[in-house]
Write a protein that binds this ligand. Structure first.
Ligand code: BG6
Length: 516
């Protein structure tokens, strides 16, 4: 494979990270899964890179009664389990700034206690910078906590001219449909200004997802062909080999459409298809994304089944290991009709994309983990090699590989050594790992740091979330009203007949899953 080496340019100076200002991080749901699996490790990485302020502390808040000491022990254990390379000394000085407070989320006194605790800890740690309230709790608690923070006077930035910035970080899923998302936005906006709200979609924190914008708008050679005149179709895939794991309770109420499609899939679609923003400013980018999402053609009720297909995994095997079907997973209703796979064909009704199909698919328990965006260009209009039997030549395909091996590849036809007309498909590959020799940072590192710095670029705005729900709510309602069962596919398979038909009826094929 041809290796590409980066050269050092004056722009490299832009790569220097900005350190976070003094920050208080209050995490609701502090003893939960997300904190243990993602947040602590990401914070530790920020700390190890010297980007966390000396004036920082974390206050964990939750229902469970825990002492500061016990909370630190739990945090230490979680970190050691997932991240071997940390010295005891380093870990201790990190965890030393962790505290815990317990209470009932729906009781006002919990929030007055938090206020008292914050005053005390602010003095101790001399923190007078930003306060981040992180909602790492089940979604039904988002509005309760946001309202209580408002009532307790904890949501106001710059209280008494202190210059302090208060921000609210909300995890996904943000709402279950259009109506609940609008309502949640309304409640949050009663206490927090939109400029204080950071709605997380962790895909936007992935380096390779951010690269979509750099690739498109920092080069001149791709934009001229990035439209209906040159592109035949685009495929966006997020395939996972894992099942629902221990998240059955949540997942069975969400399904792939809410868990992956409404957020990660549509965000990737927006980035790959939107118009160039005027600048790399948060609102310029978010304006373009919303404009793009609102240009997706809405579907008529009678055409839904030709544009959306849902599946659910049955028993099968992954990497030679037998696995149970979705309905036999812990916490799942044995008669569940929840989708673990969704495929869709979407059209964007604007000047650039009119008539170009976007095929999207995401599913659990598929053959491999593979996240990619593949742009397939149109075939040559006329083959001059027809007389040699080369009439139908493969299209050029540009693949933005997001996971598991991050990179970019372009396939093209070229002369192969041999007879006069001997041609083959070659791939030009760029691999992040080969070129930069680093493993990609966890998306939450980027996102947490940006919250501390007050940069909303990688967070979804209220209207972006609502526009995505606007598109999908009729689909979800139609499935519910008709009590539709999803198609069953065997765990470990690549696809299934109904999903294949969605694309094959247009004379195209899904790309083969190539991940691990
Ligand atoms: C989460 C979903 O948002 O993304 C999970 O809730 C899914 O169901 C996960 O497994 C996939 O993220 P990643 O980064 O592993 O592709």
């Amino acid at each position: 494979m041809q290796k590409i080496r980066p050269s050092v340019t004056p722009q490299d100076v832009v790569c220097a990270e900005v350190a976070a200002p003094p920050t208080t991080l209050v995490v609701f749901g502090a003893s939960g899964d997300l904190v243990r699996r993602k947040l602590l490790i990401s914070l530790l990485q920020i700390f190890k890179r010297g980007l966390l302020s000396e004036q920082f502390y974390l206050l964990g808040a939750g229902r469970k009664e825990l002492s500061d000491e016990k909370f630190r022990q739990i945090a230490q254990q979680a970190i050691q389990e997932s991240c071997g390379s940390v010295s005891v000394k380093q870990l201790e000085s990190f965890i030393d700034k962790f505290y815990y407070i317990s209470g009932d989320y729906s009781n006002a006194s919990f929030y007055s206690n938090i206020k008292i605790k914050l005053d005390e800890l602010d003095k101790k740690h001399r923190v007078d910078g930003g306060v981040l309230f992180y909602l790492a709790v089940p979604p039904f608690l988002y509005s309760t906590i946001a309202e209580h923070l408002g009532k307790a006077g904890l949501s106001c930035s710059d209280e008494a001219g202190s210059g302090r910035q208060v921000r609210l970080i909300v995890e996904k899923p943000f709402g279950r449909d259009l109506q609940s998302a609008v309502e949640l936005n309304r409640i949050i906006h009663r206490c927090f200004d939109e400029s204080q709200v950071y709605r997380i979609d962790h895909y936007l924190g992935k380096e390779t997802v951010q690269n979509i914008l750099m690739f498109r708008f920092a080069n001149t050679i791709f934009e001229p062909v990035w439209n209906r005149n040159f592109v035949d179709h685009i495929q966006i895939t997020i395939a996972e080999s894992i099942g629902v794991e221990h998240r059955g309770g949540y997942y069975d109420r969400a399904g792939a459409i809410r868990d992956m499609f409404q957020n990660h899939m549509l965000q990737m679609l927006a980035l790959v298809a939107m118009e160039p923003p005027t600048s790399f400013e948060a609102d310029h980018i978010r304006d373009e994304k919303v404009k793009l999402l609102s240009s997706i053609r809405p579907l008529k009720p009678d055409e839904l089944d030709s544009f959306f297909v849902r599946g659910q995994y049955g028993p099968g095997s992954i990497n030679g290991r037998a696995v149970v079907g979705y309905r036999a997973e812990p916490g799942i209703n044995p008669q569940s009709k929840t989708d673990t796979f969704v495929a869709a064909k979407l059209f964007i009704d604007n000047w650039r994309w009119k008539g170009v199909p976007f095929y999207l698919r995401t599913g659990k328990r598929l053959a491999s983990k593979d996240t990619e965006i593949a742009i397939t260009f149109k075939k040559v209009p006329h083959s001059m090699f027809l007389s040699a039997g080369l009439g139908d030549m493969p299209e050029n395909v540009l693949v933005l590989q997001i996971q598991p091996e991050e990179g970019i590849s372009l396939s093209f036809q070229a002369k192969r050594p041999g007879s006069k007309i001997c041609m083959g498909t070659l791939n030009m590959n760029f691999s992040y790992q080969d070129v930069f020799g680093v493993t990609m940072p966890e998306a939450y590192q980027r996102l947490l740091l940006d919250c501390m710095l007050g940069d909303q670029t990688l967070f979804t705005r209220y209207d972006g979330v609502e526009t995505a729900w606007q598109l999908l709510t009729p689909v979800i309602e139609s499935w519910q009203n008709r009590d539709c069962s999803p198609y069953e596919y065997a765990a470990g398979s690549d696809s299934f007949a109904a999903a294949d038909n969605l694309i094959e009826s247009d004379g195209r094929k899904w790309r083969k899953l190539t991940g691990i």
